[in-house]
Write a protein that binds this ligand. Structure first.
Ligand code: GTP
Ligand code: MG
Length: 265
């Protein structure tokens, strides 16, 4: 394990969701955006280092997911370790991302936050929320049906595949707020709109499962690949960082903006 990881009081984020739901592409996209300074205008001085040889190899391999060649391949069990500085002089937050279609393999015992990737579409079902809740309870010694305190970000991935359906005035299409932190009211709007779309696609089992099992949850919608129709070589990601900002705000590592004011949540 890299020294920064051992000394850095790491946060563990488990990224789960069905095979092919877009977990690895989402993760590679977030890491790439922060590391390449794409969020610099909102977060001057924010930086990210991938820690250790194993994580660097993993990131090199996954980078192609959001670069030119789009491949679908299963992801191995090793975590992706990163060190994230929210501002240039801020203390680094070390994060271990575990990414697996098998919730029990995504280190739910030590997770500080969960990300559940869900694809758009009309396939009914609970998107593995029951398995996720059961795996978390089993790993943490909780009783069956006991509500879970871990924050859960449900991310509707591949938003580009459905944004023709979305009304131009929708929060899912509007420009991302330029606040240098987690923008609470925008996030709540996206949460409601995403829940409404999932309901529209008959994902009521998912919505019910999330509400019953997870006390702290928020819905997000994002695309890692964006719109390539205009012939751009590089994909344009949209809102991929939002779930991470929300989790960081919950960890006390990122400011939350309710109205104009910044508060540490
Ligand atoms: N259009 C579009 N396709 C995406 C997006 N994100 C992922 N995909 C595609 O969805 C497929 C699966 O993506 P992955 O990131 O490999 O999915 P995963 O959840 O990590 O899959 P496993 O590791 O097998 O569990 C790939 O073909 C991706 O290119 C997106 O934002 N938009
Ligand atoms: Mg994967």
């Amino acid at each position: 394990m890299p020294r920064e990881y051992i000394e850095g009081h790491p946060r563990v984020v488990a990224v789960v969701g069905a095979a092919g739901s877009g977990k690895s592409t989402w993760l590679a996209s977030v890491v790439r955006r922060v590391a390449k300074g794409h969020l610099d205008d909102r977060f001057p001085g924010m930086s990210l280092d991938v820690l250790g040889e194993k994580s660097r190899l993993r990131h090199e391999r996954d980078r192609v997911l959001v670069a030119e060649t789009v491949l679908h391949r299963a992801t191995g069990p090793e975590p992706l370790l990163v060190s994230l500085r929210v501002r240039s002089r801020a203390r680094a937050v070390v994060i271990a991302f575990y990414d697996s279609a098998d919730a029990a393999a995504a280190n739910p015992a030590h997770a500080d936050g969960l990300v559940l990737a869900v694809e758009p579409g009309a396939v009914p079902g609970d998107a593995g929320i029951t398995r996720l809740a059961d795996a978390v309870r089993a790993a943490r010694g909780l009783r069956p049906h006991c509500p879970i305190d871990l924050p859960l970000a449900v991310v509707l991935t591949k938003l580009d595949t459905v944004w023709d359906m979305v009304d131009p005035g929708s929060p899912l299409l509007r420009p991302v707020p330029r606040t240098g932190g987690h923008a609470v009211s925008d996030s709540v709007d996206v949460h409601h709109e995403t829940t409404a779309w999932l309901g529209h696609w008959n994902r009521t089992d998912l919505i019910r499962g999330v509400r019953t099992a997870f006390r702290h949850h928020r819905y997000f919608a994002a695309t890692a690949l964006g719109d390539r129709a205009d012939g751009r070589r590089e994909p344009v990601a949209y809102r991929v960082e939002d779930p991470l900002l929300w989790l960081l705000a919950g960890f006390g590592a990122m400011r939350s903006f309710r109205g104009g004011e910044g508060t540490t949540s």
